[in-house]
Write a protein that binds this ligand. Sequence first.
Ligand code: GLN
Length: 300
Amino acid sequence: MEEILKTIASDIFRQDEWGQKAQYIPELAGIDPRQFAISVCLKDGSLYSAGAADKPFSIQSVAKVFSLVAALGRVGDQLWTRVGREPLGNSFDSVLLLEQENGRPRNPYVNAGAIVTTDALLAGRAPKLALAEILCLIKHMSDSDSVYINEAVAASEQKTGSRNKALAYYLQSHGNLYNDPELTLGTYFHQCAIEMTTAQLAMAGRALASLPCAPKVISHLRARRVNALMMTCGHYDGSGDFAFQVGLPGKSGVGGGILVIAPNVASIAIWSPGLNHYGNSHAGTRAAAMLTRATNWSIF
Ligand code: GLN
């Protein structure tokens, strides 16, 4: 594994094309896209990394996986009355289908769906408590205390996130937002601003991969479902291509992170902040494809 990751990292650093930064979040726009890290946690609990695996990055939409796990733990299958389980085929912040489908987001991994999931998690509590629950869950899953929220990134989105605000108020107009939209949005922006390293993220994914070394935070059936949604919806309108190239469930974020789950085999975290035109990590996707080709981990 060490050799495989070393080869992947040196191949990535040889490439010329790194993709674009997430320009619409000012705090992330200054980052150098030519960075890369990969970490893999195996069944026996061993962790292998290459690149900047100890550098915290903004996990952004990868957090949607953890808030989904937390919300399912809180409200159970009731969540599916408010959010669907179908891929979208539009960008992650699209308002298009939301209008046609009466304010019921297609899935929990597009922004509108994640805003509803966060709203379910909030359920009349102070945002601080809901955030504490997500952070505690991630710390427990990653077996690490040093996972934190970057307030500057949250504030940056709070100032510029008109699209997400529009989605939240639109959801409210359809009766699918139960809390004050500003409170739900504040909670959503803060969960997106969580920072952690690929080493921590790979550890956090162990429970979703149902690895024996993982803490028991989610049932096998629920993990399967969360993973199924990662496969079909985790890369937005690039999900089909990710399945084609990589063949494993994955969840991306505009910070350039990707969490990839090889069920019963491994948990993988990759980071490279340059994005492709879907808003998914350019080098990260390439590295994930190289890894599954080298290991035969594709589930197909
Ligand atoms: N915080 C970002 C947003 O809400 C997350 C999007 C993403 O990572 N794809 O727009």
